[in-house]
Design a binder for this molecule. Structure first.
Ligand code: ADP
Ligand code: MG
Length: 257
């Protein structure tokens, strides 16, 4: 079977469990939103999947192979602010780096590698930015560059950490369009977001995290008051009621006659 299997994974930083005994099975090709409050371990979960977090216990398998086996391709788009934008590298070079695992350390990129880089820029409408460096771009443009790089990687699995935070509406829409293109390519997608409405509307599955796994299922299974309260606690009052697909408070609705 394909997909991602996470079994009893605990990640600890300085005695603090950022992920506590999390188990999840993500079927191949599914599009899953990862939601939870700040510090819930969303970024840590993604880092664990690409070998960047110290896994204390448990195991991760991708396509039924242990994480160390390099038989798959995961593309990881980090949260804004985690990438050094001062590095003097052009947009075209950033995207070509996405092909690196394909052409390797010794060989030079092939004409096909270059072709895929150009196609990726066309698809994200950034061809005109090809020779600019990252520090000359807006936040939304940088995001498109990272999406183009992810596309050039031809991944089986795409992890995007908070791509909807701090970008303009047109970049959000470009990102959603990009995700729906990947759906047609059967790429497994995990996206972390603060936007519960967007998670419920645009993703077939939702992982609700607060160090532990609070709930995992379809949006209507997960977006229940009890689970959201367990994850967000007092922050819950800030949530838009529209997200509570399951209105399960009979005392509020029936006694008012
Ligand atoms: P989220 O992405 O949901 O906001 P994170 O995964 O970034 O949460 O962080 C989860 C917890 O782990 C937080 O308490 C954070 O401070 C801590 N943490 C994350 N990365 C590190 C690190 N490299 N060193 C120490 N603590 C970390
Ligand atoms: Mg984060």
């Amino acid at each position: 079977a394909g997909g991602i299997s996470i079994q009893n994974v605990t990640v600890r930083y300085n005695n603090h469990a950022a992920l506590d005994n999390v188990s999840l099975i993500i079927p191949h090709g599914s599009h899953i939103a990862v939601v939870g409050p700040n510090g819930a371990g969303k970024s840590t979960l993604f880092k664990a999947l690409v070998g960047l977090a110290p896994i204390e216990t448990g195991s991760i398998q991708i396509h039924s192979e242990p994480l160390e086996d390099d038989l798959y391709c995961i593309s990881y788009v980090p949260q804004k602010g985690e990438v050094d934008m001062r590095f003097p590298i052009t947009v075209r070079e950033v995207i070509l780096m996405g092909r690196f695992r394909r052409y390797g350390l010794i060989k030079a990129p092939s004409s096909r590698d270059h072709e895929i880089v150009e196609q990726s820029m066309v698809q994200l409408s950034i061809t005109k930015l090809a020779n600019r460096t990252l520090n000359e771009l807006s936040g939304g443009q940088v995001q498109r560059v990272f999406l183009a790089r992810a596309l050039a990687q031809e991944p089986h699995i795409l992890l995007m950490d908070e791509p909807f935070t701090g970008v303009d509406v047109s970049t959000q829409e470009a990102t959603l369009q990009f995700l729906s293109d990947l759906k047609n390519l059967n790429v497994t997608v995990l996206v972390s977001t603060h936007d519960l409405n967007l998670a419920a509307r645009k993703f077939e599955g939702v992982v609700l995290l607060k160090r532990r796994l609070i709930a995992y299922g379809t949006p209507s299974q997960v977006m229940k008051r009890e689970y959201l309260a367990a994850a967000f606690g007092e922050q819950l009052f800030m949530l838009d009621d529209a997200v509570l697909i399951d209105h399960c408070c009979p005392s509020e609705t029936t006694e008012r006659e």
